[in-house]
Design a protein around this ligand. Structure first.
Ligand code: ATP
Ligand code: MG
Length: 576
């Protein structure tokens, strides 16, 4: 509940004025039938027209007041709840920004989206209902009861019997329904996960002609959601007819008893009509309370899910770092006996006692079969993941002891699955440095061999990119991603298979430019093609999470069996 406090405090007037005006409005609700009874019993019975007009005007005045207070009450309730949810949404979003890759893996993207949208909306709805009915409904019930006792105690006894019975029935319904709401929420999570994955990968799905399969998969999850929400809502729908039934039976009982009293002359007609209005008010207020409880149980589930996000400490942070003000200065790297698994319960290690050193300014190639752990290995350097065992050192310091921000500013990694954003090419490049001038942008693009093709576009650097950079070829996209990373002016640059879609000649030109223009930057190039790493100062060969060899091309050809295999499999193929 702590998370709501700042917003309740900040918008305190909404949380006070909302319920206050709603209670004021409720007071009108139970005064009106009383005046109404008087008009019938006194005014109409005595044909006292001035009395009727006077009281009629009074009723009009009260109704006007109720309209005003009702609108004000609703306004503050809406404002307060909207502000509250906006605040929580912002906090949740900010928290997600601090998450590490493994935090995100744990929650899954779909679930994070549901939490920040649907769950926060549940809280907002609940807060709004609460502000409107929290005091109003009890005041309505008590007020109507008091007034009906005042009008006719023996009739009021009927309400006293009925109200607890109905309350019990509603409580039963809610108790049965609320676990079903939990299941409905889970089904919604699965649906959102599915949508997220499918819609972002629509192109892949099309290219594999998997639309039918995806449709079927989605239909299944969709069906499950229908099933779960029907199960939950079915129970809730019972509240309406049960209340109506109680209402009608009670009215019948009231009319029955009142009929006898009226005929005996101990009760007047106006009293009966007002009495029925009070009865309706009590039952309506009871329904509203039931609604608060119901929304409350749903909101409690949502609250738990939001808290899970907010209470998750980002598992990678720089709390307790010994040199929290230090970033990367030179760019040398060392791994000492680093082991890592994604799932801690797995036996197989993805990295197994990896040790290596890279000097500042070196150009290092990493090669190895798919799944051998190349991406995982370089992810250790900017701490996208933390090693389970062993140490990762940058500039001789353990990365855990450095400022996380400083470390990540000093290391630019072009991810294997990289993405561009909608906006112009220049805007995308400025992700690397928002203050970069046109000249700097062109320079970085030139090193990445992107300047040429960008200039050939009619709009040049101002070319608008579609979402994810859809209007570029794979190789063009890769080169823009490299330029974007260069603009960060990192001390360490990591390219994870980032030139796989670039032709061999351009690929070689990029590496030449790296050597000539960026001699001080440490450059790590992961590649599948042996050509891309052959001329590196040092090549690291990975095999099933272990370093199978390390050295220059010549050395590895002599000493490393795994490297020779890769070499022959690629070169021999070319000669055929
Ligand atoms: N986020 C993740 N969660 C769980 N397992 C993962 C994750 N990423 C990779 N793995 C597993 O770790 C192993 C090494 O993967 P990694 O991505 O490091 O290989 P790679 O050498 O980069 O392969 P490729 O050449 O195909 O990119 C693989 O077996 C893979 O299934
Ligand atoms: Mg990889």
């Amino acid at each position: 509940m702590k998370k709501y406090k700042p917003y309740v405090k900040k918008y305190w007037y909404c949380f006070i004025l909302g319920p206050f005006f709603m209670v004021l409005e409720a007071c009108g609700e139970f005064i009106l039938p009383y005046i109404n009874a008087n008009i019938i019993n006194i005014g109409a019975a005595n044909r006292d027209i001035p009395y009727i007009i006077k009281n009629g005007l009074l009723m009009l005045l009260i109704a006007g007041g109720m309209l005003l207070t009702g609108v004000l009450g609703a306004f503050f309730a809406i404002r307060g709840s909207a502000r509250l949810s906006a605040g929580v949404r912002l906090d949740t979003f900010a928290k997600i920004q601090t998450f590490s890759f493994s935090n995100i893996d744990d929650f899954s993207t779909g679930s994070l989206i549901t939490r920040i949208t649907n769950d926060v909306t549940q809280i907002q709805n609940f807060a709004q209902t609460l502000l409107r009915g929290m005091f109003r409904s009890p005041v309505m019930i008590i007020g109507a009861l008091v007034m009906s006792f005042y009008l006719n105690p023996s009739l009021a006894a009927v309400i006293l019997i009925v109200v607890p019975l109905l309350a019990l029935a509603i409580a039963g319904i809610i108790l049965t329904a609320s676990p079903r709401y939990g299941q409905m929420q889970k089904a919604l999570d699965r649906l959102n996960n599915g949508i997220g994955e499918t819609v972002t990968n629509e192109r892949v799905i099309k290219s594999f002609v998997r639309e039918e399969y995806e449709k079927k998969k989605f239909a299944e999850v969709n069906e499950k959601l229908v099933e779960k929400s029907t199960a939950a809502l079915k129970m809730m729908l019972l509240i309406q007819p049960v209340s109506a039934l109680v209402m009608n039976v009670t009215t019948l009982a009231v009319v029955w008893i009142a009929g006898g009293q009226i005929m005996a002359g101990s009760m007047e007609l106006g009293t009966l009509s007002s009495f029925i209005i009070y009865l309706t008010q009590v039952l309506t207020a009871l329904n509203f309370l039931a609604n608060i409880v119901l929304q409350g149980t749903r909101a409690a589930a949502s609250d738990r899910r939001i808290s899970e996000v907010l209470n998750t400490e980002a598992d990678i942070n720089d709390k307790g770092a010994r040199f929290a003000d230090r970033g990367v200065e030179r760019g040398s790297i060392e791994l000492r006996n680093v082991s890592f698994r994604y799932f801690k319960k797995n036996k197989e290690k993805v990295l197994d006692s990896v040790s290596l050193t890279i000097e500042a300014g070196e150009l290092v190639g990493i090669i190895g079969s798919t799944g051998s752990g190349k991406t995982t290995l370089v992810s250790m350097i900017p701490r996208l993941y933390d090693a389970d065992e062993g140490e990762v050192l940058v500039d001789g310091m353990n990365v855990k002891d450095m400022s996380l921000r400083g470390l990540r500013e000093g290391v630019a990694m072009v991810l294997q699955k990289n993405t561009l954003f909608s906006g112009t090419i220049a805007e995308n490049l400025r992700w690397g440095d928002e203050n970069a001038g046109d000249e700097e942008i062109r320079e970085a693009a030139a090193i990445a061999m992107a300047d040429g093709f960008i200039q050939s576009f009619p709009e040049g650097y101002e070319t608008e990119l579609g979402q994810g950079g859809v209007n570029l070829s794979g190789g063009q996209k890769q080169r823009i991603c490299i330029a974007r990373a260069l603009l960060k002016r990192p001390k360490i640059l990591i390219l994870d298979d980032s030139t796989s879609a670039v032709d061999t000649a351009t690929d070689a030109s990029i590496r030449r430019a790296f050597r000539e223009k960026l001699p001080k930057m440490t450059k790590i190039i992961i590649a599948q093609r042996i050509n891309s790493v052959m001329d590196a100062d040092k090549i690291i060969v990975l095999d099933e999470g272990r370093v199978a060899g390390c050295g220059s091309h010549g050395e590895l050809m002599e000493s490393c069996e795994a490297y020779r295999e890769i070499y022959h499999s690629q070169k021999d193929g070319q000669e055929v």
